[in-house]
Design a protein around this ligand. Sequence first.
Ligand code: UDP
Length: 364
Amino acid sequence: MNKYDYVIVGSGLFGSVFAYRAHKLGKKVLVIERRNHIGGNIYTEDIEGIHVHKYGAHIFHTDYKDVWDFVNSFVEFNRFTNSPIARYKNEIYNMPFNMNTFSKIWDDVITPDDAIRHINEERKEITGEPKNLEEQAISLVGRTIYEKLIKGYTEKQWHKPCTELPAFIIKRLPVRLTYDNNYFNDKYQGIPIGGYTKLIEKLLDGVEVKLNANYLDNKDYYDSLGEKIVYTGKLDEYFNYKLGRLEYRSLKFDTKIYDTSNYQGNAVVNYTGSEVPYTRVIEHKHFDSTSVSDKTVVTYEYPDDYEEGKEAYYVVNDDKNNELADKYRELASAENNVIFGGRLADYKYYDMDDVIKKALEVEI
Ligand code: UDP
C-alpha cells in the first residue's frame, strides 16, 4: 500500500489545481516543491506593501467561463485590463497593434481605412503563406511596425532571428482597427486581489505540502510513496535527457524599490529596441489598487539563455523542438502511473487558463 494516492511534483497552477481536485475527492495527496515557496512562477510576494510578481508579470485572461468561475470561487479578481505601452527609442506607442498605434506610426492615419491603406501597401512584400515570424509580422502590420515594435523585442526575447522563429508566436497579439488598447481579446480578465499566492494557498488548503524537495533527486523514494505521480517539471529532464535536450528560455529579474509613488505611469512598458538589453519594465503597484505605498517596486526583465540550474520560463515551440518533444511525449504516454501536465511537462506555450483547463479536465 502506498502512503498517498498522488504525489504531485510542483506546486504551480497545474499541480495545485490537480491537488485541490484530488483532495476534494478524498484522495491522499502529497505536493512536493523544489523551491522554498508554493505557486511556481505565478508566485507573488509583498515588498513595501506592494504585491510583486516575482517571476514575471502574470495577467489572468480567459474565454473559458468554467475556468473563470473556478478561480473566482477562491479569490476575488480586480478589473485590471492589460494595456502595455511600447517604448522605441524616445517614442511611445500603444499595444497591442491598434488604431492608437497606427495613427502614431503614420502621421496621416485617422480612420481604419487610412490604416488599412498603409498596412496593405507595406504587406505587399510578403507573397504566399508567411514562413516565419518576420513574414507573419510584416503581413499582419507591415514593415515599419515590424522594425520598431516587433523585431528588436522578439529577437531579444528568443535570442534568434525572427526569420528562424515560428509564426504562431506573433499571432498571440491582437491586431485591431479600433482605438482599443486592451492587450487581450478574451472575455474575462483580471488579477487576484491580494496577489496570486493567495489563490494557490486556497487551492492547497488542507493539502500536505513539502517544500525544498527535489523529486528527481529522490525519484525512487517519492515513487514508492505514491500510487500515482503528477509531474509538472521539465519534460526532457524527467527522462534524464536521454533523447537530447529541449530548448527553454530563461529570464533575469532586476527588482528595484524607488522613492517615488509613480515611476512609469503604467504596469507594463515594453522596450522594443535592440539597444536596450531588457524587454520590459514592470511597475507592480499598477496591477492592483490594494498595493498602496509612497514608494514603488519596479522590475527590469532581461531575457536569458537557459542552462541547467536556471529557471525555465518559456518553451521554444519551433519545429525542431516540437519533434523532439513529440518523442518524449511518446515515452511519457508509456509511463503508466505518471500524469504529465503544465507548461514545462507538456512543452507547450500555455497561458494560465490553458493550464487550469487541462488540470480541471484530466481524469483523477
Ligand atoms: N511582441 C513584440 N513586441 C512587443 C510585445 C510582444 O514583438 O512589444 C511579440 C514577441 O514576439 C513576443 C510575442 O509577441 O514573443 C508574444 O508576446 P507576449 O506578450 O504574449 O509574451 P509573454 O507575455 O508570454 O512573454
